[in-house]
Design a binder for this molecule. Structure first.
Ligand code: FMN
Length: 220
């Protein structure tokens, strides 16, 4: 698979088969992803990767945990932004909730989505990315590049993924469960596994704005 194919075929997969993923595959991907760029070459990202019983134990813990209030970081969009961003989210919400079965109320849909996130959509592997709380915007951005590098390399292995900032909702419980210090920020999960090709959650059309809405070219 070339890079363009990996980019085009990556999508956020929200229904996984229970096919296990070998440790060697995960290690190969993470080893290759070490070459992701980072400002000043800080390589600020760190992660814990869980499967099997340890993953189940974490999910059991989360199922009886309170959400962080307030969360250690707030991944919702600022309220004072151009309404076009909210519009993009509501399009996604319609697709997501629609793929979970129409006719349910908004609250039921939200709860079903939260439950599905909590178990990483049935993925057999969960990567939990963290870094020291002292990291600033540039290092958060570096970490995002690392996460995307992983998700593209996973496509090269025939695997699928879904980034999960939702895990931040339970940041303190996750850190406590995994023995991470309070000076650590639980940033994001990546659910990893093989997509269920038949699930509507993996088949709705993903919308993107046209190129010229976000990019300006000059001097060509
Ligand atoms: C950093 C990050 C965190 C995300 N967190 C979640 C999440 O918690 N749950 C979820 O279902 N999708 C999550 N997503 C997936 C986005 O909703 C998705 O990338 C976006 O709608 C574009 O769709 P696509 O990834 O299928 O192309 C996350 C994506 C990113 C980049």
């Amino acid at each position: 698979m070339n890079v363009a194919e990996a980019v085009a075929t990556r999508r956020s997969v929200r229904a996984f088969l229970d096919t296990p993923v070998p440790l060697e595959t995960i290690k190969r991907v993470l080893d290759q992803a070490r070459m992701a760029p980072s400002g000043c070459n800080y390589q600020p990202w760190e992660a814990i990767v869980l499967t099997g019983a340890p993953l189940k134990a974490l999910q059991d813990r989360l199922s009886v945990s309170e959400r962080d209030d307030p969360p250690e970081y707030d991944f919702s969009a600022p309220s004072a932004i151009d309404p076009k961003y909210h519009a993009r989210l509501s399009v996604l919400g319609r697709h997501l909730y629609g793929s979970m079965g129409s006719g349910r109320g908004e609250k039921d849909n939200r709860e079903a989505f939260a439950r599905a996130n909590m178990v990483s959509f049935g993925a057999p592997v969960l990567l939990l990315c963290h870094f020291p709380k002292a990291m600033k915007e540039a290092q958060w951005s570096d970490t995002g590049m690392w996460l995307q590098t992983i998700m593209l390399l996973l496509r090269g292995e025939g695997l699928d993924s879904c980034a999960q900032e939702y895990m931040g909702v339970y940041g303190r419980s996750i850190k406590d469960h995994l023995g991470l210090s309070d000076g650590t920020l639980l940033f994001c999960g990546i659910a990893i596994g093989h997509r269920d090709p038949a699930s509507p959650a993996n088949n709705f059309e993903r919308e993107r704005v046209p190129l010229d809405e976000n990019i300006r070219f000059e001097g060509f």
